[in-house]
Design a binder for this molecule. Structure first.
Ligand code: HPA
Length: 278
């Protein structure tokens, strides 16, 4: 069935209207907290909870470890719309569903989008627990969220993806990391369709293609965000070595959740320091 652009636009409008009626002010920064990281930031100031189930057409997550909540509030003086958890392509969602929350953020006024995720390390210089700033990506999902008729209201038919991960925001993130004494590495993220972890042969192939990190999210969101003109920052928490990178590297979901739990307070520290600089 061809993607119906009019229907998608109407759904987005309806959801945006629902949020606008509830938000006390226009959010400026959108944050998406990935696997196991949802609780990291705690409660926002004057927090308003916006249950996904009540937002028209908002896709529901199905994976354990993904809380599925949208909250609005202030943090470090910023007006923040915080998305705890995300829907993934591997859940069987269509790409327009996967990027629905990002487009919704744009429609309610968000200008800066911070995407976080858990990722496997392909680059052997990375260690489990590292935070890595995404500098660029490889889309190995085999699909684009922009395929089909263009949503002209959101952006151009052929958007470019140069500097998709904002150099300005990356500079500020490094400043923030220095200020709170955290190391922040940099790398190229490859997105795979999942839900299975990769084979060692696939990881070797991605390594030769230039990837430093591997995960199952973020890239569709970045593409949709750049399409509609959001400024994007991506931060990965390295939860494991990708398959075959170390002899013992056999990724499990338990390991991913265990490491994100262990690192979420430091991630919160980093994000707060970043918000204070935006
Ligand atoms: N591969 C894909 N996605 C991931 C990984 C991985 O090794 N770790 C966390 N998310």
């Amino acid at each position: 069935m061809p993607f119906d652009v009019q229907v998608e636009w109407a759904k987005l409008q309806e959801a945006a209207q629902h949020l606008r009626e509830r938000l006390p002010e226009t959010p400026r920064v959108g944050i998406v907290m990935g696997s196991g990281l949802s609780a990291a930031l705690g409660a926002l100031e004057d927090e308003l909870r916006l249950p996904w189930a009540e937002i028209p057409h908002f896709p529901r997550p199905t994976v354990a470890g993904h809380a599925g909540e949208l909250t609005y509030g202030r943090l470090e003086g910023q007006r923040v719309l915080l998305q705890k958890g995300r829907v993934h392509y591997y859940e069987g969602r269509s790409m327009p569903e996967v990027v629905f929350p990002v487009r919704l953020m744009k429609l309610v006024g968000v200008e800066i989008l911070i995407l976080t995720n858990a990722a496997g390390a392909i680059n052997e210089a990375f260690e489990v627990g590292d935070f890595v700033l995404i500098t660029d990506h490889l889309n190995a999902m085999g699909e684009s969220p922009l395929r089909g008729p263009n949503l002209d209201e959101l952006g151009p038919r052929f958007p470019n993806l140069n500097d998709a991960y904002s150099p300005r925001l990356r500079r500020l993130a490094h400043e923030a990391a220095r200020a709170v004494g955290l190391e922040l590495k940099e790398g190229i993220y490859v997105a795979t369709p999942g839900p299975m972890y990769e084979t060692p042969a696939e990881i070797q192939a991605y390594k030769r293609l230039g990837a430093d990190l591997v995960g199952m999210s973020t890239v569709p969101e970045t593409i949709a965000a750049r399409h509609c003109g959001l400024e994007v920052l991506g931060i990965s928490c390295v939860t494991n070595y990708a398959a075959g990178i170390k002899p013992e590297a056999r990724p499990t979901h338990e390991e991913v959740l265990e490491v994100t739990k262990r690192r979420e307070q430091d991630l919160a520290k980093l994000l707060r320091a970043l918000l204070a600089r935006l």
